[in-house]
Design a protein around this ligand. Structure first.
Ligand code: FAD
Length: 659
């Protein structure tokens, strides 16, 4: 019999579901809260906000992260901003419009009810963060300032220069620190979760590695929340922080948590292009730059050839010979089309030979028009740190005057190209953010919940903080309300013995392979396979080849890996080897999902399924579902379980950003 997934979405019309939910949910008696322990793994925006909120509500929280401080979580990298439907610009924005844009942006593959709830709580997030002292940009009159991000025709993105993630994380961190001081949160930095412990079918604890001593430690609790981020680093080169990994999520998947929509991977259009094979990191140039920067390639192929040969510079090409291809193809949204659309359009131009750098894999992002219109001071106020970051990496300052043609001043343009950036797929969760394992919850980028097949810019921070501050602290109580009558299990139970033994055995296995290849050399090769066969354009044939190559490379990993040192004490190579083991599982999962989805939608583009104009062609008749995968052992194909999508408020149609 087919497995049935209960997404626990309350009955009633979409806008009322969350209110209905809150009116009828069970809340834990304040006295009982003192007896209940919750493990929160991760201190990014999702984890830190959840741990702080749960602590403040009276629960006892154990909070772990791999960095030496919560302030160093990957969330600190977020540049451009966070969305909310405040409508401060009086430009017609509303909760409904944010909801609609997000569902449409996700190519109609997200759950309606979840997205509506997200749009509703978005406004509370801004209030919460302002109360914490987050220094959002303000207009001269004191009002919070906004800018636009892709997929929206209104200005709803709140920002703190190009450092929004850092400022929001400092806000969450101060709340967290308050709870640490109050004794409600116990913080464990430089600890990595290696496994989840299941007792009688429920998540009851974790095994974590102390990254400094190398020792394994046991933690027991009434519920476990993972907030461990996305799996973008499966591709080796990505905009994610080097430490981002999917070990905790994959381990939960191995223990029975479903993994949803893994093939929905976001490729961001505005990253600094790859410049050699010694690179281990790609740098994002925030999408906010598309507010004032215009994307173009030359109209003439011969100009492109000269740019590639280095005999012509972008600023020498006059206006009439420039092809602002996004403005040409999508007049209504122009440079602010969603990321998947902008990335594919850049690839299309470069595939046709119009790339502008020596590899032919770059397009221009040009600020000449906006600097001429607004002045360099205004542009620097908006994007100063991004311009400086670009200069530090490329030695080109985009605010420098370069040329004058027919009385028009041209500035040095940036060069950009799409790169792996964000993962919409993640651990499957129901409306309460509970996974398919009772007592195990997933929040932030590591769950699949709200973005469908493509996330809109500035919506990840919104989702992470919505989950952490406003959704999980309520929904987890439905589960914890029952837990108050059960005693917490001891870490001396056989389930903990078994889990720790298995983690130890894996560590020994990796250390004792004693082969010849470094972790990075194998990871880089995996990244090449992922980008080539499971990247921006996928085909059934390519995906099968990719899977075969991944299996072969995994064998090489299992037999020819070299991990220096011992398992005692700090061993970064060992930690990376554990992560790589899990990137292999993840990479294959992405390919299986991509192969099973014979359609193109959002970040999943199957070349066989496109319109004559090269746009993604969905198949709603056959693929209007969340694809959930159940682990079936190493090397085996996982089992696909479908959660049908039901839309009642929004008409499912083909996305249109042209008019
Ligand atoms: C360059 C860049 C710019 C971005 N800009 C924006 C933006 O402007 N707006 C926007 O909305 N989004 C943006 N994003 C996306 C956004 O930053 C992320 O999606 C979001 O910060 C993820 O938050 P998180 O809390 O879910 O996970 P993370 O911030 O990745 O935090 C994960 C946490 O889990 C911990 N962890 C991981 N594994 C383990 C383990 N096994 N054991 C213990 N702890 C573990 C880590 O230590 C960390 O504390 C950007 C992303 C990048 C890469």
């Amino acid at each position: 019999m087919a497995k049935v997934i209960d997404s626990k979405i309350p009955a009633g019309p979409v806008p009322e579901k969350w209110k209905e939910y809150k009116a009828h949910q069970r809340l834990v008696n304040p006295k009982n809260k003192l007896k209940l322990d919750v493990i929160v793994v991760g201190t990014g925006l999702a984890g830190a906000s959840a741990a702080a909120s749960l602590g403040e509500m009276g629960f006892n929280v154990i909070n772990l992260c791999i960095q030496d401080s919560p302030r160093r979580a990957h969330s600190i990298a977020a540049q451009g901003g966070i969305n909310a439907a405040k409508c401060y610009q009086n430009d017609g924005d509303s909760v409904y419009r944010l909801f609609y844009d997000t569902v449409k942006g996700g190519d109609y593959r997200a759950r309606e009810a979840n997205v509506y709830r997200l749009a509703e709580v978005s406004n509370n997030i801004i209030d919460q963060c302002v109360a914490q002292g987050v220094p959002f940009a303000r207009e001269y009159g004191g009002m919070l300032a906004n800018r636009s991000f892709g997929g929206a025709q209104v200005s709803r993105t709140f920002y703190a220069k190009g450092q929004t993630g850092q400022q929001l994380l400092l806000g969450a961190y101060s709340s967290l620190s308050c709870q640490v001081k109050a004794g409600k949160v116990k913080l464990y930095t430089r600890y990595e979760m290696e496994d989840v412990v299941i007792v009688d079918g429920r998540a009851r604890g974790i095994i974590a590695k102390n990254l400094i001593t190398g020792e394994l430690e046991r933690f027991s609790a009434n519920a476990v929340v993972i907030a461990t981020g996305g799996y973008g680093n499966t591709y080796f080169l990505s905009t994610n922080a080097m430490g981002c990994n999917c070990t905790a999520a994959v381990q939960c998947y191995r223990k029975g948590a479903y993994f949803a929509n893994p093939s929905y991977v976001q490729i961001h259009p505005t990253c600094i292009p790859v410049h050699g094979d010694k690179q281990s990191k790609l740098t994002l140039m925030s999408e906010s730059l598309r507010n004032d920067g215009r994307i173009w390639v030359p109209k003439k192929l011969e100009d492109a050839k000269k740019l590639q040969a280095g005999t012509l510079q972008g600023w020498e090409i006059p206006e009439e010979d420039r092809d602002y291809y996004l403005e040409r193809r999508y007049p209504a949204f122009g440079n602010l089309v969603p990321r998947d659309v902008a990335s594919r359009a850049a690839k299309e131009r470069c595939d046709k030979g119009f790339g502008v750098n020596n590899t032919g894999l770059a397009v221009f992002l040009d600020f000449s028009e906006s600097i001429n219109r607004l002045g360099i001071d205004v542009i620097m106020q908006r994007y100063g740190n991004l311009f400086e970051m670009y200069e530090e990496i490329t030695d080109v300052f985009p605010g420098d005057v370069a040329n004058t043609i027919n009385g028009v001043t041209y500035y040095k343009p940036m060069m950009i190209y799409p790169a792996i950036h964000y993962t919409m797929g993640g651990i499957w969760v129901d409306y309460e953010l509970q996974t398919s394992i009772p007592g195990l919850f997933a929040i932030g980028e590591c769950n699949f919940s709200d973005h469908g097949a493509n996330r809109l810019g500035a919506s990840a921070l919104m989702q992470g903080l919505a989950d952490g501050y406003f959704v999980l602290p309520y929904t987890i109580q439905n589960y914890l309300a029952d837990q108050a009558i059960w005693a917490k299990v001891g870490t001396d139970r056989p389930e903990f013995d078994e889990a720790e033994k298995a983690v130890n055995a894996e560590i020994d296995r990796l250390i004792n392979i004693k082969g010849k290849r470094s972790v990075d050399s194998i990871h880089k090769e995996l990244g090449h396979i992922m980008w080539e066969y499971v990247g921006m354009g996928r085909t059934a044939e390519g995906l099968k080849t990719g899977l075969k190559k991944m299996h072969e490379l995994e064998k090489e990993f299992d037999t020819n890996l070299f991990v220096p040192g011992t398992k005692e004490g700090l061993n970064i190579e060992l930690d990376k080897a554990i992560h790589l083991r899990d990137f292999f599982t993840m990479g294959q999962l992405v390919a299986f999902d991509a192969l099973s989805r014979n359609e193109s939608c959002g970040g999943h583009f199957r070349e066989e399924y496109q319109t004559e104009e090269g746009e993604a062609k969905r198949d709603d008749e056959n693929y209007f579902y969340v694809g959930c995968w159940e682990y079936k052992g190493k090397g085996n194909e996982p089992e696909l379980i479908k959660e049908p999508l039901e839309y009642e408020a929004i008409k499912v149609q083909t996305r249109n950003y042209k008019n």
